[in-house]
Design a protein around this ligand. Sequence first.
Ligand code: NAD
Ligand code: SER
Length: 314
Amino acid sequence: MKRILITGAGGQIGSELVTSLRKRYGADAVLATDIRPLSNAVCDSGPTAILDAQDQDAVAQTTVEHGTDTIFHLAAILSAVGETNPGLAYKINMGTLHSVLEVARLKKCSVFTPSSIAVFGPATPKENTPQNTVMRPTTMYGVTKVAGELLCDYYHKKYGVDTRGVRYPGLISYGTPPGGGTTDWAVDIFAQAVRKNSYSCFLKEGTTLPMMYMPDAIEASIQLMEADPAKLVHRNAFNVTAMHLNPQTLAKEIKKHIPTFKIEYEVDQNLESIAQSWPRTIDDSAARLEWGWSPKYDLADMTEEIITELSRST
Ligand code: NAD
Ligand code: SER
């Protein structure tokens, strides 16, 4: 990786990935793009462009102008928004990925595309979900993520494009707000705990999902793209996880720092049923074996850091 282009760079992951990649590869090497204007922090720290990743000609032109060799493709519609507008989720998730893969094929770029635990469905084993197992998702988001994994495999096998990806679990961060996912509660809870001492949760107290703190997710993405390709068997879509959380467990950990914090539940049945269709715990041994994946943060470390940072800025 020498010259990097990021699509969807203004989102929850992109805004932090830009910073890490610019530190590692130099500010000028990392072009941050999004369909909407990017934050001042991203614009002030290196090159940026407005780019609709569905527009293959525009993606090709931007790729060539930047001298790109690697694309991190983050533009997407997430699960909760996707269920309110499945047509949009299909159009954006499939359209942007196809245009990025075509450009990668023609301009000889490597591509990182995140998949998700949403590729799994009600028929998948819920505990210690294996790397290779039943994938019959019941959300449009999940359908596009399974199709995306297969499309990335196809471009690798048929055209030799260096495609790689991970199945992120729910990602927890405190910088950029999340973009409309079923796991957004685990981000919102921290902001509300620090600001209001209370949080009204849209999932049930015992609904457990695989989760990860953002610094580990960023490290996973970069580490996979830097890994020796000869060692990658499951190149598109490695299971990765760091912790397994439900609202009750996270609230208990937050209370260690904010003893007066209160959580109440106003369950959204649509989101609850999406969460119920996903795994509770994940087996990420293939990622550990093939490229040395290992998360640094556990629940206690993450909670302490987020509350400290949010308290400082509130
Ligand atoms: P996000 O919603 O925060 O950001 C997505 C970004 O894509 C937004 O800034 C949006 O403006 C941009 N975008 C939308 N349509 C676009 C288009 N046509 N062209 C260019 N940009 C466009 O999402 P995120 O959380 O940063 O997720 C990034 C990727 O990671 C997605 O593929 C998502 O499915 C995946 N993922 C995220 C999580 C998570 O918990 N955040 C978990 C699993 C997988
Ligand atoms: N965190 C994402 C979502 O809830 C999972 O891909 O949509």
